[in-house]
Ligand binder design. Structure first.
Ligand code: KG4
Ligand code: ZN
Length: 349
């Protein structure tokens, strides 16, 4: 029996809506519409929650209408509503949850409040098919760098996370110190493609033997960010020009090196041979190339969705909604609370 799930995403600056068809053994994406308020935040050098909330309020109905239209379905055809319950910014999350509740009550449909970070991994089921029984997931975004052991798609064990900055956050901060527009991640990626990743040897956080014992599956990028700042300052003080391409490439290489090495070691430690990489930072070309090469060498199948499914979108929420619907998990209460720091082990409210 086919069922249709509408997924809504509003945890940060993207208003996303997507329709997924759920069959017994697979989920199919019928539409995915995203409106971003990033242009309104860029001049502030960071996301302004109040502006993001207002943008969600304005964009919600047009984005949902466009998603239904592109899927060639009507509201009456839907069977369930999924929405991001957290983690994220409280104001933006609240706008999405309010819209999802209104739809669920008005259409008398079950409501599923799901985890944004887990959605970043599960969206890959729409691209590469259902997950095998157990996969390793590396979710790297502006807010998270998390290593998750995923059983039957919806059972999450958190193996590790960043102890300070997330990978995307470190890129955005280094972008700022290099004078690049916000968010710096994609700009550093572009510069790095023309640079030499071996030009400067930046530190690899939490890889020393003493750290490996306690933090084998954790990450740390703030020391690296400081090392880049010191290196740049020293050149500036000496009146030298900053080789932006080489700095970007060497910095990106350090981040990708640590992420891939620790993740592959965790796959071996847990006997897992499929790795899923998701989240906005998985758009990074050095990470994608290095993960592909090192996983091939290690005999691990690596699944990374196309870039448009890596950054925030409604498809990831509809995909996770589809996964919980297929497993007959109980719907969320209609007073669904949002949780800005929702634990990653909690897939569904
Ligand atoms: O998942 P996402 O869209 O939002 C969060 O949930 O955080 O991730 C956004 C983050 C930003 O830090 C952005 O700079 C980074 O992902 N990012 C990239 C690239 N594309 C996006 N970082 C490096 N290289 C990229 N190509
Ligand atoms: Zn995200």
């Amino acid at each position: 029996m086919s069922r249709l799930v509408l997924g809504l995403e509003t945890s940060c600056d993207e208003t996303g809506a997507a329709v997924v068809r759920v069959d017994d053994d697979r989920s199919e994406l019928l539409s995915d519409v995203v409106a971003s308020s990033m242009d309104e935040h860029a001049r502030f050098g960071g996301i302004i929650p109040e502006i993001a909330s207002r943008a969600h309020l304005e964009q919600m109905i047009p984005v949902v209408s466009a998603a239904l239209e592109r899927a060639e379905v009507g509201l009456a055809d839907l069977d369930a509503i999924a929405v991001t319950a957290g983690p994220g910014l409280v104001g933006p999350l609240t706008v999405g949850a309010a819209a999802a509740k209104a739809l669920a009550v008005g259409l008398e449909l079950p409501l599923y409040g799901v985890n944004h970070v887990v959605g970043h991994a599960v969206v890959d089921e729409l691209v590469h098919g259902p997950f095998p029984e157990r996969v390793m997931a590396l979710v790297v975004s502006g807010g998270h760098s998390s290593l998750l052991l995923v059983d039957d798609t919806v059972g999450i064990t958190e193996l590790g996370q960043t102890l300070d900055d997330a990978a995307g956050e470190a890129f955005d901060k280094v972008g700022r110190l290099l004078g690049l527009p916000y968010p710096g991640g994609p700009h550093i990626d572009r510069l790095a493609r023309e640079g030499d990743p071996t030009a400067i040897r930046f530190p690899r956080g939490l890889t020393a033997a003493k750290d490996q014992a306690r933090h084998a599956t954790d990450f740390s990028f703030s020391g690296l960010k400081t090392a880049v700042a010191r290196w740049v300052e020293a050149r500036q003080d000496a009146g030298e020009e900053i080789p932006l391409n080489d700095v970007a490439a060497s910095f990106s290489d350090a981040v990708s090196d640590v992420l891939t090495a620790k993740t592959i070691a965790a796959c071996h430690a847990h006997g897992v041979d499929t790795l899923v990489i998701g989240g906005g930072f998985s758009a990074n070309s050095q990470l994608r190339d290095m993960a592909a090469a090192r996983c091939a060498e290690a005999g691990i199948e690596v699944r990374i969705p196309p870039i448009r499914y890596c950054t925030d979108n409604g498809a990831m929420i509809a995909a996770l909604g589809a996964a919980v619907l297929r497993r007959d998990l109980p719907p969320s209460p209609l007073d669904l609370p949002v949780d800005s720091s929702m634990p990653l082990t909690q897939v569904l409210v």
